[in-house]
Design a protein around this ligand. Sequence first.
Ligand SMILES: *[C@@H]1O[C@H](CO)[C@@H](O)[C@H](O)[C@H]1NC(C)=O
Ligand SMILES: *[C@@H]1O[C@H](CO)[C@@H](O)[C@H](O)[C@H]1NC(C)=O
Ligand SMILES: *[C@@H]1O[C@H](CO)[C@@H](O)[C@H](O)[C@H]1NC(C)=O
Length: 337
Amino acid sequence: MATSRWWLYVQAVFWRFLMRLGMIFHNIPHPRPPSPNFSRSFPSGSSKVVLQFYCPPDYSRNRKEGRRLPVVVNFHGGGFTLGGPSDDSRWAQAVISDVGAVVVSVGYRRAPEHPFPAAVDDGVLTLQYLASHAAELGLDVSRIALSGFSAGGNLAVTVPLRLRDLIVQAEHERWLSRADSTHQLVAVTASDLHIVALFCWYPILDFDEPREHRRAMSIMPNKTLPSFFTDLFDESYVPDLEQRRSPYASPVHATDEALRDSLPHDIFFYMCEWDMLLNEGQVFCRRLQDTNKHVRAMMVEKARHAWDKSANPFRNTTEVNILYKDACADMKAIFEK
Ligand SMILES: *[C@@H]1O[C@H](CO)[C@@H](O)[C@H](O)[C@H]1NC(C)=O
Ligand SMILES: *[C@@H]1O[C@H](CO)[C@@H](O)[C@H](O)[C@H]1NC(C)=O
Ligand SMILES: *[C@@H]1O[C@H](CO)[C@@H](O)[C@H](O)[C@H]1NC(C)=O
């Protein structure tokens, strides 16, 4: 059953190439989405993490005058295997124009070269990087929203879970007075960080439940992602079946206490009716509501997984824009609270 890592890598390279072509067509309809204003990177493992910054028009003036802007840290989709940080540039456009926040889109390490938990670790490192460079970048890290699409929607949930556990662990070790330097870094830089909201678009939340079962349970099984993708993604990212139950891979396995303590009060879910991930999303939303989170769960009718991304340059973008604007209005209200 286990596919060789080499063969997974060959498939990943092939689909990454096709997805890049698809994104070129995705970006054709007007208004054209922005390019990032600048990038930063930092080393992670044997590789590096690239952060792409999309800035609202008044960013430079605010920065000069010492005013800091709220931040949206965004995680792209592609099954942890494909895709890149510029895939969500249309979402970034909506945020910079309607919210006036800086969007930082994360080029986390991808599988199969870097399996779980590389992407989650890179998300945590990104938050630490932003906290320690906040003044220089003009960022108000006491107002951070996390957003993500598909695999990225998973990271928007698992990164805060992991961050909180690292902070608790660092405090414990300091108490035992044998803290090592990396854990100290977590504690120091995480103290000013405040995640105020999550915006999860059609996230994957459970790697443990077999895909065949989820596909069969779906309203439109033959409109779900085909198995050559889901097998590639699952085997690339979490080849170890034991690890699929980790809450950092499958946040449905996090305890109520962990969810309550690590996630912000305001959580927004946008799910697709024809997606095999609809059910786990709805069940997870109910659990979050039971832990007293303020959850807004929306289902886009007659939509496939990743309905907002399409390589058809003649598609009608009206409905996607309406939902993006709606999300931005909610985000703006939270930042201004
Ligand atoms: C960011 O880049 C866009 C073009 O993509 C440009 O119009 C805008 O002025 C830039 N913003 C800043 C603050 O440099
Ligand atoms: C999709 O599945 C339905 C049954 O669930 C079937 O009737 C239909 O022919 C299938 N469509 C395609 C394009 O395979
Ligand atoms: C696009 O869709 C919207 C609503 O879904 C509709 O009002 C509009 O006329 C459509 N535009 C075109 C060019 O088809």
